[in-house]
Design a protein around this ligand. Sequence first.
Ligand code: DC
Length: 237
Amino acid sequence: MQIAIDGPAGAGKSSVAKEVARRLGLKYLDTGAMYRSITLKALREGICLHNGTLLAEIARKCNLEIGYDEILGNRIFLDGKDITPEIRSPEINKHVSIVSKSPELRHELVLLQKRVAKKSSGIVMEGRDIGTKVLENANIKFYIFASLEERSRRRWKEMKAAGVVLPFNDVMKEIAMRDSIDEKRDVSPLTIARDAVVIDTTHYSQEEVIEKILNFIKDKSSKFDTRCLKNRTTDGV
Ligand code: DC
């Protein structure tokens, strides 16, 4: 079972994907955390964030380990150190979309993401290009979004809870900027996969979105089971 969840920044993908994975007993992978980790390392090493060759080299050479915690979701270890809180800082938010434009880096990380999916018996993977590039044959794909104001409001609250208070307008400007970079980049821009279920979460609570997704999955799985059953009957098995 492979479930792809894509959408813009602040749409609530991570919380929803993590919970859907937990309830279905599947592995969970937050691919944005991988781009964030490379951004952190590039900033620490003073590497030009537009140099795709060097960014890809970081991805190949660093030791990026992705663990899992029921409450916190993916825990990210870079070269043996837990960097989970650091990759959510305003500094990383500001630069990560620029880093993730690099085709060379994307190539490396997509390979890694495909490898993780292949090794697991079932996965919920979330990002920007999961349904269109990483898991093109996923069993079910979702694209979740919300209005810019609502996404900014959620991100502002999230940052406040983590002790970072920024002017609301600054948060909104930064999300709008990230949307623009993510949607306009040449390689794997953020788009809706042809076969994705699209959910506007602006007026829904997190629990309502989770329920909707689980219902779609249940519905699709039951159709799949019925089709299998029909094939079995036709084949006389
Ligand atoms: O989901 P997030 O905000 O943690 O993602 C951080 C950045 O990483 C986002 O601005 C775009 C990029 N990203 C991407 O290009 N492709 C993915 N599959 C996941 C994230």
